[in-house]
Design a protein around this ligand. Structure first.
Ligand code: PLP
Length: 408
């Protein structure tokens, strides 16, 4: 099992920047809910590349879409129209969000959030401060949450309310403040004359699977309406079916109407794609007009064809129902064990966090389960994340529960 001296690990150590503390696992193949290491040992994959491989590995519908598109047209830039991008944007509005709007395509989650930040700043240009000493001046202040995670680019890390993510990157992009999760008064207290948006994850992923409450989300929405702030949702990890609805906020407070939403991870099922959608209301989706934003690769036919296959498969195979059924079973079962190692089980759908008691170190727990053939992901707050494929089968679910029970 010690693979550290394998060629793969040695090469990585010598030639790849050491920004990740990698686990001692050399993966060579994936199929369905399993991946295999160099020695041929299988692992049930409840990490899915951090909530990316939403339909498992090499799903036939995704392989087919990629193969067909790869023989048709790979890339032409956004100077032209291409069918996969146009169709994907339509499906995002009509199916994933269910509200009329327009979508911009990027290559990652951080980039999608950069787009949200630019949308907010451009909105603040058009709709300046209405009163106060700086009346008429541009609004640019954005409220986000403590322990949030919005990505590693300079704008996205300024939006991220975690010192450890920002360390070494000073000075940050200015004008972000961080409120407390599920504490509406703490958001309200940060609203200033120059505030233009509130940005949050419906379920915080990196900080240990922390959902917003419906009351909080509705309260933030009302606050946004009152002060003409944009409500920006980061669904990069929790979106596109992961929480049992097309969008995570719909699983929490479906009556809330967001102004813009970002995605990446599960949207592409493994190909690098990000996106953000902007509500058509009051001309909002025209704020970033021609020349205001761009991406050379963003939304190219190759990745859009695969993302289309992801959405169509989730739809046609009734996968949201599977997410809800499997998620409830996993959470119920684990809670029933009353394990002294477990502090709390949290989450929605198949975005599940097991917060461990302090005597258990999450890194060690993840390693031990890996040895046992189950991949999980560590998160903040001593929490282990379970992020299985959304099309998880009954047998695989039982195998995972058996392995988890053995550990817990
Ligand atoms: C992963 C993640 C990001 C960053 O996405 P990248 O594709 O790594 O840039 C942003 N927001 C949330 C909520 C995430 O989980």
């Amino acid at each position: 099992m010690m693979n550290m001296d394998s060629t793969m690990a040695k090469q990585t150590q010598q030639w790849v920047l050491p920004t990740y503390a990698r686990l001692d696992l050399n993966l060579v193949k994936g199929q369905g809910s399993y991946v295999w290491d160099e020695s041929g040992k299988p692992y049930l994959d409840f990490a899915t590349g951090i909530a990316v491989c939403s339909l498992g590995h090499c799903h036939p519908a995704l392989v087919k879409a990629l193969q067909e598109q790869s023989e048709q047209l790979w890339h032409v830039s956004n100077l032209y129209h291409t069918a996969p991008q146009a169709e994907l944007a339509q499906l995002i509005s009509q199916k994933v969000v269910g509200i009329e709007g327009k979508t911009f395509f990027s290559n990652s989650g951080a980039e999608a959030n950069e787009g949200l930040i630019k949308l907010a700043r451009n909105y603040g240009d058009i709709k300046p401060q209405l009163s106060g000493a700086n009346q008429g001046q541009k609004r640019h202040h954005i409220i986000t949450l403590n322990e949030s995670f919005h990505g590693r680019t300079n704008g996205a890390l300024a939006a991220t309310g975690q010192d450890k993510i920002q360390a070494g990157c000073m000075p940050l992009l200015s004008s972000f403040s961080y409120a407390k999760l599920n504490d509406l008064a703490s958001v309200e207290a940060l609203v200033r004359e120059d505030t233009v948006a509130v940005m949050l994850e419906p379920i915080q992923g990196e900080s240990g699977i922390q959902p917003v409450t419906a009351e909080f989300l509705r309260g933030v929405e009302a606050l946004c309406k009152e002060h003409d702030l944009l409500l920006l949702l980061d669904e990069v990890q929790c979106g596109v079916g992961r929480c049992g609805e097309w969008s995570a906020w719909q699983a929490i407070a479906p009556d809330v109407v967001p102004d813009a939403i970002s995605w990446a991870k599960g949207l592409g099922g493994g190909v690098p794609i990000g996106a953000f959608w902007v509500n058509n209301r009051d001309g909002l989706s025209e704020v970033l007009g021609a020349g205001k934003h761009g991406s050379t690769y963003g939304g190219n036919p190759l990745v859009c064809a695969v993302a289309l296959a992801v959405i169509k498969t989730v739809d046609s195979e009734n996968i949201l129902a599977n997410v809800n059924a499997c998620g409830a079973r996993i959470r119920d079962e684990i809670s029933r064990w009353n394990s002294p190692k477990i502090k709390q089980v949290r989450g929605l759908g198949l975005m599940i966090g097991i917060e461990l008691n302090p005597q258990i170190n999450v890194v060690e727990a993840v390693k031990e389960l890996m040895q046992a053939g189950l991949l999980t992901v560590m998160a903040g707050n001593n929490t282990m994340r379970l992020l299985p494929p959304l099309n998880l089968s009954e047998i695989e679910l039982q195998e995972a529960l058996d392995k988890l029970k053995c550990f817990f």
